[in-house]
Write a protein that binds this ligand. Structure first.
Ligand code: CA
Length: 402
């Protein structure tokens, strides 16, 4: 299943960081033939020969730097907390608060129009491109052509390349200004071209949807995308919570009100809302920070399919609004499974009838649900957290049937 974002490496987006696109190098016949084969399909989508030729001018062969990146993809999965600490740094919080002040009228107008809080918009913008400061300088057509010609992820990047040509035909951006990450994610919001076509907006009213240089267009495009993904303005993304001693983890989803009645409290001391639905999320197991997450957490995962990413965005948004750092400590780094370990766990849980998702070595709601069902059957605390001990137990013998 293709993710909405170009690359999810170890469950996290790759930074839009500055890699220098390699020089075009020697002319490559097969590469040029690949480009020429796109011409009829591009024409069928309304891309003129002039736009087509301008887009590929100077691209004679694949980008060696990007090819090396493809080969370098690993199954290494950073712990949620490693990512969180890096993504929500003190410096970034300070820069975000300064941007919040400078852009206050724009942010209020966008929040009114789309119903997504300014803090969430700033958090996403900050994590994607450091508030526009590092949007990536790799030419998008060069990146997508290299990825598509390598048939990386099947036809995903070929489709994205055709979408990118459609954007150029519409004139929103000139070919030499269409840039972003080596994985084809564009501009300050890191949209793939198909996401751009479906969700980007022209907020400042100059007639172009400019996610490369316009703060207003960038922030409003993030807001429009989250709204389209189903953002509910009535609830937060979630809350860090403290669980009472002996809390029954088998009841891990329900009305927020019921959680409050069962003794769950917000870690910052504020009251939980009296309405809404949520589920418990323990990304480091029992004893580590625990969260009640709402459907808006899933909306953020729609932007980038990663628990760590969604948690970082939510927590960063809270910090921008003056919230405290997390109350509970994270666990020791050893007590977690890496990509191959998660794959083995998925296989084991699938063989026992608990798990039906892909064997992709990635943590997410489906694996968490399977782990919880196994834990409940086995009489373990149902924190949904995949540990080496849990994998060993499943490998050891047939687990109880669900
Ligand atoms: Ca605009």
């Amino acid at each position: 299943m293709p993710t909405r974002r170009a690359f999810v490496a170890g469950g996290l987006c790759l930074a839009a960081g500055p890699i220098r696109a390699a020089e075009a190098g020697r002319p490559d016949g097969a590469f040029r033939a690949f480009i020429e084969a796109l011409r009829p399909e591009a024409a069928a989508r309304g891309v003129s020969p002039r736009t087509f030729d301008a887009a590929f001018r100077g691209i004679a062969g694949p980008d060696a730097g990007i090819q090396a990146r493809i080969r370098g993809q690993s199954e290494f999965v950073r712990p949620v907390w490693d990512y969180l600490v890096g993504a929500v740094s003190a410096g970034r919080i300070a820069r975000g608060r300064a941007r919040a002040t400078a852009l206050a009228p724009t942010l209020s107008a966008i929040e009114r129009r789309y119903g997504v809080p300014a803090g969430v918009l700033l958090a996403l913008w900050g994590i994607e491109s450091d508030f526009g400061a590092s949007a990536g300088s790799v030419p998008t057509i060069r990146a997508l052509t290299t990825l598509a010609a390598a048939r990386y992820r099947g036809t995903l990047f070929r489709d994205e390349l055709l979408a990118a040509l459609t954007i150029l035909e519409r004139g929103d951006v000139a070919p030499d200004r269409m840039s972003g990450s080596w994985a084809g994610a564009m501009g300050q919001v890191q949209f793939l071209p198909s996401t751009y076509l479906a969700h980007a907006v022209d907020f400042d009213g100059d007639g172009r949807r400019d996610i490369w240089t316009s703060d207003g267009d960038s922030l409003a495009s993030i807001a429009a995308y989250l709204k389209d993904l189903g953002w509910d303005p009535a609830v937060s993304w979630g809350y860090e919570v403290l669980l009472p001693g002996g809390f029954d983890l088998s009841g891990y989803a329900g009305d927020i009100d019921d959680f409050a009645k069962r003794g769950v409290r917000r870690a910052d001391g504020k009251p939980l809302p009296g309405r809404g639905h949520a589920s418990l999320f323990l990304p480091g197991g029992l004893g580590a920070p625990a969260f009640l997450i709402t459907d808006n957490f899933e909306v953020i995962r729609g932007y980038n399919t990663s628990d760590a990413y969604a948690l970082a965005v939510g927590h960063f948004a809270d910090r921008l609004d003056g919230g405290p750092s997390l109350a509970a400590p994270w666990p020791a780094a050893a007590a977690r499974l890496d990509g191959p370990g998660l794959k083995a766990l998925q296989s084991g849980l699938a063989a026992a009838g608990y798990y039906e998702g892909p064997n992709d070595g990635r943590a997410g709601p489906r694996l968490r649900e399977a782990v919880r069902r196994y834990q409940i059957s086995a009489g373990l605390p149902a924190d949904g957290y995949a540990t080496p001990a849990l994998l060993a137990r499943i490998k050891d013998g047939p687990p109880a049937r669900p």
